[in-house]
Ligand binder design. Structure first.
Ligand code: BES
Ligand code: ZN
Length: 376
């Protein structure tokens, strides 16, 4: 017996008790369009290490004992603006992006040992994030917004939903998403996972866009449509958090008219070739076209279409539940941060000018769509 074969289980037992070691249930994963496999929980990590994207659909099967996933809901077609109409307002707000605050907040967010969704520190990081969001609301009347903790039955780290109620067509919901959890793919329960880029950067991008958007609200510009910022738990477990949230929205008959995910917004491989990645897998073409309009109008660098394999990030949960979605990435897939899922996914590797460009996209998307007529 090699030393590590003894040491690793020993360390797990010391840190988490005997339960985790023997608790290795079966999971059902979707690894491609209608391609289903069944693996042990522990095998999910090997899949991740070898780059296989999957949605863990164990809790979203149509029968409790069956392996048939609830059918993917068809995504309706919506029209989006073909040109921007809020340039004055958006540009004024963009000028106030605060890189120092983003840096400090991201440093704190990365200082949790790990934000692994099953860990104690992953629960504490969710509480920290929630308190930061509460602090953003300042003098705003509590009738305008709400902050919801979306609890997940099987793990403690909750997803967070910041909702600004629409004043006329509140049923039309625009969602900006990111995931708050991080993961060390070698030993998630034992080793640190700063997750600066994946997805601390997307979380901070959303927070800054939200801070500026709330300033806009404070000036009396209430949206006709509902605006939501989602901070999902357990993306790294196979989109578990977003499948719960968006599956619930579908069951409730809610109508998400656009969901834009920001996952990894801070790494620039070559400053002379800086660009934004627009991921096409599981994305809605019309929404992607609208994002191109936004990027052309407000962002200093060009976009590039890219692919990342199958599921990739939480926008896939939106698509699966019948909501049009898109995924904005720091660059084309081949040039993204290769330190993710390790102890080396740290703040010093990130570029805050680049993160600011991503903030502009979220902010402009929200402002351009907040009064857009999607129909009743
Ligand atoms: N942020 C990554 C996705 C990603 C990685 C996009 C590299 C582009 C380049 C995300 O958090 C992730 O790790 N996703 C999983 C798939 C998910 C369905 C479990 C992955 O890519 O392994
Ligand atoms: Zn990841």
């Amino acid at each position: 017996m090699k030393a590590y074969q003894f040491v690793v289980p020993f360390l797990i037992i010391v840190r988490f008790g005997i339960g985790d070691l023997f608790n290795d249930p079966w999971r059902v994963l979707e690894i491609g369009q209608n391609e289903i496999i069944q693996v042990k929980e522990s095998e999910k990590l090997s899949l991740k290490r070898s780059g296989v994207g999957f949605i863990d659909v164990t809790d979203h099967l149509s029968l409790p004992w069956g392996k048939k996933i609830k059918n993917a809901a068809p995504v309706p077609y919506y029209d989006y603006p073909q040109t921007v109409s809020q340039a004055g307002t958006v540009k004024k707000l963009i000028a106030e992006i605060d890189q120092v605050a983003m840096h400090d907040d991201l440093a704190r967010f990365c200082s949790f040992f790990t934000r692994y969704y099953k860990s104690a520190s992953g629960y504490e990081s969710a509480q920290w994030l929630s308190s930061k969001l509460h602090n953003l609301t300042g003098e705003l009347s509590s009738e305008i917004f709400e902050i919801e903790h979306f609890d997940h039955k099987k793990w403690k780290q909750f997803s967070i939903i910041f909702r600004v109620h629409g004043t006329e067509t509140a049923d039309n919901v625009i969602v900006i998403g990111s995931h708050q959890d991080s993961l060390n793919m070698i030993f998630p329960s034992l080793m640190p996972a700063p997750g600066a880029d994946d997805d601390g950067s997307g979380t901070i991008t959303s927070m800054e866009a939200l801070r500026l958007y709330l300033k806009h609200l404070g000036n009396g510009h209430l949206p006709k449509n509902t605006i939501e910022f989602h901070f999902y738990s357990a993306e790294e477990g196979g989109l578990l958090g977003s499948m719960d949230v968006l599956g619930y929205y579908r069951e409730q008959g809610r109508k998400v008219v656009a969901m834009v995910q920001q996952d990894m917004t801070g790494y620039v491989a070559n400053k002379n070739d800086e660009h934004i990645g627009l991921v096409l897998d599981n994305a809605n073409e019309r929404l992607v076209n609208f994002l191109k309009v936004v990027i052309d109008a407000y962002v200093k660098i060009p976009y590039r279409e890219t692919r990342c394999g199958y599921a990739c990030s939480d926008h896939a949960s939106a698509t699966k539940n019948g909501f049009p979605s898109a995924f904005i990435l720091e660059s084309e897939n081949a040039k993204t941060n290769r330190y993710i899922h390790t102890t080396m996914d740290t703040l010093d590797r990130l570029d805050f000018d680049h993160i600011s460009e991503h903030v502009k996209i979220s902010l402009a998307t929200v402002i351009e769509l907040s009064n857009w007529n999607f129909g009743k």
